[in-house]
Design a protein around this ligand. Structure first.
Ligand code: SF4
Length: 451
């Protein structure tokens, strides 16, 4: 007998790892009869899978809970808050939002079935870091993810950057055994994936048990993934520069399926700020890694994260960040104003930067990033690159996908049927127009005329 159908709505905040976790929550709940619905109004269980990296992200969760409360007064539903806000704030979430029935951390979602039963009787908080790894207790992925799939290889972090909550909310660094990651990758490929993005808070710290009894670093895992038939593209995110070892850099030159794109957050270009951030490298160490990556894979596109206005950042420090942006020539980058996260060392530093200064520096940094990004996109115009068409374009006559450099590319097609045929395929595209955030292209081959 099939279980009673119940409706589940999951809203993910923040990074790709939360998107992956949100899907895995649905997998855990599927045997209980839960199916995903697109609207919280129709749900029996609403999960907000939260992110604590930015202050605004946490506040957005409380605003969303404010919108859900009246819904819950109209009909019976359970409201759960998971993810990093849940881990960091625990009981505080129950105190601030009376409509919440369950608070659970990112390491306990494999226990959702029992937690939901408990939460139906009494408001429940579970933010333990369990001894048994969560991944050993998760079911196989149920829903196919499509052509470009996420796969978590590593979780947590031991680096304790001064500004970051991850080591406190996600716990100690954990790498899944390589055999488990490879088995999940094969299942994703069987279900239609052509690209796999390996995920981890610090994925290049990966050191999982290898099937040969030894310890595998990320380069070994990538090489093994590269041998899976029908898997065409491999990516990984995100990485810490100090964990970028020579073997991994060499893999960029040797594994054809490893795409020439790397998100390698530098955070600041000033050694003084990097030391305050506890990043454990200097700007010149970072630039040396970039040099080695470009020697291994000359066309590699680089992306980064930046925090402006970290405590103690002077105008001279900030100028070094601008210099580094221009020197690396990023293909893309995310930049944020520093915002203190309670419990982190940087939050207690005395030399906090006034908000107005942060706003002004952020605007200048974003202009600098826009310049390098536009220059990178323009430099690819005229080239023919393989595009993985993984999404619908705007309108029936457009197909859209990603270049090897992760640039969004769209192509106008002659007929809706041609646009549909492209979906899920990799096709050569000549890039013809560069915009700041995307490119227009045309197919660099003729479709065979129907017989
Ligand atoms: S390496 Fe990344 S996840 Fe780890 S503490 Fe630093 S910023 Fe946070």
């Amino acid at each position: 007998m099939s279980p009673v159908t119940k409706r589940l709505f999951v809203k993910n905040y923040g990074c790709q790892m939360n998107v992956y976790d949100g899907r895995r929550m649905a997998d855990v709940l599927a045997p209980l009869g839960y199916t995903i619905v697109p609207d919280p109004e129709d749900a029996d269980l609403v999960i907000l899978n939260t992110c604590h990296i930015r202050e605004k992200a946490a506040e957005k969760v409380y605003s969303e809970l404010g919108r859900l409360a009246p819904l819950k007064r109209k009909r019976r539903m359970l409201i759960a808050v998971g993810g990093c806000v849940a881990q960091a704030e625990g009981e505080e979430v129950l105190a601030r939002a009376p409509c919440v029935d369950l608070v659970f951390g990112p390491q306990t979602y494999h226990r959702l079935p029992e937690l939901i039963v408990r939460a139906e009787r009494t408001r429940t908080v579970d933010t333990d870091f369990p001894v048994e790894p969560k991944f050993d207790r998760l079911p196989e992925q149920a829903a196919p993810q499509g052509i470009a799939a996420y796969l978590t290889a590593q979780e947590g972090c031991d680096r304790f950057c001064a500004f970051c909550v991850v080591p406190y909310t996600r716990g100690a660094e954990y790498s899944r055994p390589a055999a488990d990651v490879l088995a999940e990758a094969r299942r994703l490929v069987d279900a239609g994936a052509r690209e796999i993005m390996l995920l981890g808070q610090n994925v290049n710290a990966y050191h999982g048990a290898g099937p040969d009894g030894g310890e595998w670093r990320l380069d070994s895992l990538i090489r093994a993934l590269g041998r899976i038939d029908r898997l065409e593209r491999i990516r990984y995110t995100t990485s810490h520069p100090a964990d970028m070892d020579d073997a991994l850099i060499a893999a960029h030159g040797e594994v054809e399926k490893l795409m020439p794109y790397l998100h390698l957050p530098v955070q600041s270009g000033a050694d003084r700020v990097l030391a305050r951030m506890n990043r454990k490298y200097r700007a010149r160490d970072y630039l040396r890694i970039v040099e080695k990556l470009r020697a291994a894979r000359p066309d590699i596109a680089l992306a980064s994260d930046f925090i402006v206005g970290h405590p103690g950042e002077t105008e001279a420090d900030f100028a070094e960040t601008l210099r580094l942006v221009a020197e690396v020539g990023y293909a893309s980058a995310y930049s944020f104003k520093y915002s203190p996260r309670p419990g982190t060392p940087a939050a207690d530093m005395e030399d906090q930067i006034p908000d107005q200064v942060k706003i002004e520096r952020l605007a200048r940094l974003q202009e600098a990033i826009d310049r390098t990004q536009t220059a990178f996109n323009r430099a690819t115009v005229g080239r023919i690159v393989p595009v993985l068409f993984d999404r619908a374009g705007r309108g029936a006559l457009q197909a859209a996908g990603r270049s090897p450099y992760l640039q969004p590319v769209h192509v106008d097609c002659a007929t809706p049927a041609e646009a549909l045929r492209l979906h899920g395929r990799i096709a050569p595209v000549e890039l013809i127009v560069a915009k700041q955030n995307s490119l227009a292209g045309r197919l660099a081959y003729q479709e065979a005329a129907p017989a």
